[in-house]
Design a binder for this molecule. Structure first.
Ligand code: ATP
Length: 456
């Protein structure tokens, strides 16, 4: 194909594929005839003029219809009875109008097409949710998600994941996809969902842990996955869901679990730096809070020292028997502690008792656990560790937890050479909740799944 022919083809293609114009890009189309689509946000029907505000994901624009003009008669009638929340396609001229508060521009339409007509009454007013029951909002989540706050939340979440991915790609990681239907109920204590699988049982994966490690045994070296995890736990807290999205990372040839902590801290710092550049102002405007870029390295404390300081500083006391993990209250207080002691929002906690953690976490020669939890703003967002990659040791660990047949396939991974490795998992829905100070995971998850909610 000659260059000339290619250019002609490209011009024809451009004519045919009309890209949608977003509000954020309207200023590139001033004085042009455009087609603009969106939801009808509000209508002001005055004596001589109708103002229709149409919105898309990126903003709002005013459409102005002069009632006195004969050619507008049909449009005026249409707008008079048009319910808000309908979707429309406007064809008209975009002009600059400094007197218009909204972006200093307006569309003078020549045609309005209703692409979907809404009912007059919507289930609740998503622009003012004061007093609206959370369950009603979740029942009509598609309406709830129309609010500017919620739409921004998902744009921010999407970019957060994009930047974490970007960091990993820049560091030679590859993204893999592990199965969510599994043959054996295994791993740690977390309850699994059982599903009917033809004439036998299968289970929904509670984490990709075993398969991430299989990738290490396969020599893939550095991998990650962003995918659902299923937990049949009957917990009704603000931070648990029965299905959530996990950002899982695993990589080989590490020297200790500190390599894992360092990589996670760097990845989060990279992502939060980029996120602030992209959304800092918008988040401040809409949520009234700052995206805080952390400093490196993140502070690290031993579990027993956290409890010691919580008692000394805030008189927080718990029985010794509960000190094998952070209680919910201790997690909360550890935020205060991290801020006061280190001026930091993150806190790595290490030295958990080995017998309370998963069997695949490495223990050193003294039996000390080579793993950690990362607490952000008072909530655990990650568990991470160097994994046990030595066949005899991992078999011993599994045995000591009473695990047999179910983990046999997993133990095989370590029999034929497997590099030292480690990794971590971050709950994406919790991350979003904490970043934007959302009160519960029910609101930071696209569609919450909990013990009492399977719909919509
Ligand atoms: P928790 O102690 O809070 O129940 P966990 O120790 O069971 O969490 P892991 O199995 O280590 O969590 O999972 C890693 C990460 O996945 C957690 O730090 C959290 O961010 C997220 N996560 C775990 N369980 C849930 C859940 N039920 N709902 C939402 N996110 C979760």
């Amino acid at each position: 194909m000659t260059v000339v022919v290619m250019i002609v083809v490209l011009i024809i293609m451009k004519e045919k594929i009309k890209m949608r114009i977003y509000v954020k890009d309207l200023n590139k189309h001033l004085d042009q005839k455009i087609e603009f689509s969106g939801f009808v946000d509000s209508i002001r029907n005055l004596q001589w003029v109708q103002f229709v505000i149409v919105k898309d994901l990126t903003g709002k624009v005013q459409v102005t219809i002069e009632k006195s003009e004969e050619k507008n008669k049909e449009m005026v009638e249409l707008i008079e009875s048009l319910p808000l929340e309908s979707t429309v396609k406007i064809t008209g001229k975009l002009i600059s109008s400094p007197k218009v508060k909204l972006n200093g521009m307006e569309i003078i339409p020549e045609k309005i097409e209703v692409t979907s007509k809404s009912e007059h009454e919507i289930p609740f007013n998503y622009k003012n949710i004061d007093g609206v029951n959370l369950d009603t909002r979740l029942d009509y989540r598609f309406i709830d998600l129309r609010s500017e706050k919620n739409q921004l939340m998902f744009m921010v979440q999407s970019s957060f994941i994009k930047y974490m991915r970007e960091y990993l790609y820049n560091n030679n990681f590859i993204e893999i996809h592990t199965p969510k239907l599994i043959g054996a109920a295994s791993e740690s204590g977390a309850e699994v969902f059982e599903v009917k699988y033809f004439d036998r049982k299968a289970y929904l994966a509670q984490s990709p842990q075993f398969y991430k490690q299989m990738a290490m045994a396969s020599g893939l070296e550095k991998i990650f996955e962003v995918a659902p995890c299923f937990r049949a736990e009957n917990s009704n807290t603000s931070r648990h869901a029965t299905e959530f999205t996990s950002f899982d990372v695993e990589f080989s040839y590490i020297n200790s679990y500190e390599d894992v902590m360092n990589l996670e801290a760097e990845m989060l710092t990279y992502a939060l730096t980029k996120l602030k550049e992209e959304f800092g102002e918008k988040v401040k405007e809409t949520f009234g809070l700052d995206i805080v870029v952390p400093t490196l390295p993140f502070p690290v404390m031993k579990l027993k020292d956290v409890y010691k300081e919580l008692e000394e500083r805030y008189n927080y006391k718990v029985p010794e028997s509960e000190k094998t993990d952070l209680t919910t209250e201790a997690e909360k207080l550890s935020y205060k502690l991290a801020k006061e002691k280190f001026n930091h929002e993150f806190l790595f906690v290490v030295d958990y008792p080995a017998d309370k953690r998963a069997f695949y976490h490495m223990r050193n020669e003294e039996g000390k656990l080579q793993g950690y939890d990362l607490i952000w703003r008072g909530v655990e967002i990650t568990s991470g560790a160097q994994r046990e990659h030595r066949y005899e040791k991992i078999c011993e660990n599994a045995k000591s937890k009473g695990l047999g047949e179910d983990v046999k396939f997993y133990l095989e991974f370590f029999k034929y050479g497997c590099p030292p490795h480690g990794g971590f998992a971050i709950g994406v829905d919790r991350l979003t909740m904490l970043l934007l100070d959302i009160p519960t995971i029910k609101e930071s998850q696209f569609l919450f799944r909990g013990p009492n909610r399977l719909n919509p």
